[in-house]
Design a protein around this ligand. Structure first.
Ligand code: G3P
Length: 217
């Protein structure tokens, strides 16, 4: 399973990328706002930093302007993926941009039917939002499972990019279901390393070596 990091924070991307934990990056208008940076500038910086796909989201709502924005975004770097919303216009933009050979990530997916349409429109990635479904008492992981089944039933090559990942359990379950990619905030990826028994065991080991008075360095 590929790990994309869901942020436009350069320092955090760099830290995870240096550890080999970053297969790609996803951004969206809210993350750009949070970064306080210029969208084109920060996106270019991210593309220079990581080898994998970097999703940059359009801001128009009509297909023609989305296509024009997408064509501008792909000029930033060869690893740009154009992110479009799952609307009828977004699907039209997806079809055109993917037809031109660009990678397209169709975002804000909340149903299996939407995922089916995105695959038929040539999406490289479909981004179902797990956490936001959980927020409204709908099982977000069930959607990942259903899309996996449908895509496998018909051999669609669109990759399932599980987004709005809020917990380490979301990541485990997405891996078990067979999502192709998860995108998560850096803090969630880092917290995958934590386990209370690791902390407890380490504290006991350190206490015991201290009792011996020995040091390695
Ligand atoms: O990739 C989409 C993601 O950024 C949305 O996450 O936590 O705002 O629902 P969240």
């Amino acid at each position: 399973m590929k790990f994309f990091v869901d942020t436009a924070d350069i320092a955090q991307i760099k830290e995870l990328n240096d550890l080999g934990m970053v297969d790609g990056v996803t951004t969206n208008p809210s993350l750009i706002m949070k970064s306080g940076r210029d969208i084109l500038e920060v996106t270019k910086e991210i593309c220079d930093l990581v080898e994998g796909p970097v999703s940059a989201e359009v801001t128009a709502t009509d297909a023609q302007t989305m296509i024009a924005e997408g064509r501008k975004l792909v000029k930033i770097a060869p690893n740009i993926t154009v992110k479009v919303p799952l609307t009828w216009d977004g699907l039209q933009a997806c079809k055109t941009l993917s037809g031109e050979g660009h990678k397209v990530n169709v975002t804000l997916c909340f149903s299996t039917n939407q995922a089916l349409l995105a695959a038929k429109a040539g999406a490289t990635f479909i981004s179902p939002f797990v956490g936001r479904l959980d927020d409204v008492n709908i099982d977000g992981l069930e959607l990942i499972e259903d899309i996996r089944t449908v895509y496998d039933n018909y051999g669609f090559e669109t990759e399932i990019l599980a987004a709005s990942i809020r917990t380490v359990n979301h990541i485990t379950q997405c891996a078990l279901i067979g999502a192709d990619v998860i995108t998560a905030p850096p803090a969630v990826i880092k917290s995958m390393a934590s386990h209370p028994l690791t902390d407890k065991g380490l504290a006991a080991f350190l206490a015991d070596i201290e009792k011996t008075g020995q040091k390695i360095l």
